[in-house]
Design a protein around this ligand. Structure first.
Ligand SMILES: [Zn+2]
Length: 348
């Protein structure tokens, strides 16, 4: 166990990354009398998130039970059992809430206070795990802020974020931040083969596509159908930009503008990773690109990559990053994608 346990830690990884696995390993060591042995009752309870001193707070919809994570606890435990490297979207899908607000609610504020005033069951640490502090409702955030300012003894709070920029600065500044890099493609490849019994060739491709984040590799594997429209629209967007086809861009913007904001951000994130791959393809640093996962999508990746240059790629990445931020800020999506399309045209 670490010498001194920080009162509050902000654990940051990409979606599908190592944050949950890391926090769970840490909590196991914190609560186990044998330093995280892995087989005592405490370790087993930590592993399946049923330890009485480990409390979970995560975003839900207002209509689920009483609107706090308490009502969806069983569902969430089950979700994490099958998604050890969870994506936000997968949880939203599990809640069947793609068109709803999914957040850590006002009602959660009181619950958090109650949880922390409970006596520790085992006489050791009390742990509060908050997944996605970027989705805290303002009132819940204020409540949490008070808790962070007046730390109770033997209480460890972990905030697991995949979008640190969107966490309130007042909360961020009161936490010790830990940044987790990707696990790495080679780890992901081995894990897919050993834990998921995936064909070695497929595992190689998926790990190359994952950016080294295991949850992303699993998402590719399990949701190929969902990703088809993203791949198709990336190909279409690039085609329109290259041909400087303005009327085509107008039509395309109408299609993509009708998607939900989650889908739009998902698309931009996906497009950014495809772009990085095309750049690596240009440098012969990549053998398998994501688009190989979608043989039905007509796109000549190696031909396209020859049209690129370092400057162009930089400009295109900047364009997609800016669009991602604007979509998050509720700027009109059609305008954002049209403007981004014009900037891509200039890049060619
Ligand atoms: Zn143990």
């Amino acid at each position: 166990m670490p010498e001194k346990v920080p009162h509050a830690q902000l654990i940051v990884s990409a979606q599908g990354g190592m944050a949950w696995a890391t926090v769970q390993a840490y909590v196991k060591r914190l609560l186990c009398l044998e330093g995280g042995c892995g087989h005592c009752p405490s370790c087993k309870q930590t592993a399946n998130l049923t330890h009485p001193d480990v409390h979970l707070v995560f975003p839900v919809t207002a209509s689920a039970g009483d609107g706090t994570s308490e009502s969806s606890l069983a569902e969430f435990r089950n979700f994490l059992k099958f998604n050890k490297f969870p994506l936000v979207r997968t949880w939203i899908d599990a809640l069947d809430a793609s068109q709803k607000v999914v957040q850590i609610s006002v009602k959660e504020a009181k619950r958090m206070g109650d949880l922390l005033s409970l006596k520790s069951h085992s006489g050791g640490y009390k742990v509060l795990l908050i997944w996605l502090p970027e989705r805290l409702h303002d009132s819940a955030a204020n409540k949490l802020l008070k808790t962070l300012e007046e730390p109770e003894p033997k209480t460890a709070i972990f905030l697991i974020s995949h979008d640190e920029e969107s966490v309130l600065p007042t909360i961020r500044s009161r936490c010790q931040a830990v940044y987790l890099p990707p696990w790495g493609a080679e780890h992901v490849r081995q894990w897919l083969i050993q834990e998921r019994q995936i064909d070695p060739n497929q595992a190689k491709l998926l790990s190359a596509l994952s950016g080294g984040e295991p949850g992303v590799a699993l998402d590719y594997l399990e949701n190929r159908e969902r990703l088809v429209p993203l791949a198709e629209n990336f190909a279409e967007w690039m085609r329109l930009a290259f041909k400087k086809d303005l009327p085509g861009l107008q039509n395309w913007v109408d299609t993509i503008g009708a998607w939900s904001r989650e889908q739009q951000r998902d698309f931009l994130h996906f497009s950014g990773s495809l772009l990085s791959q095309l750049e690596r393809l240009r440098h012969h640093a990549l053998k398998h690109g994501t688009l190989e996962w979608f043989p039905d999508v007509p796109f000549n990746a190696s031909g396209f990559s020859k049209l690129m240059s370092a400057d162009k790629v930089l400009l295109m990445h900047q364009t997609m990053d800016d669009a991602y931020v604007d979509i998050g800020r509720n700027v009109n999506a059609r305008l954002v994608f049209f403007d981004a399309g014009l900037r891509l045209m200039k890049a060619f």
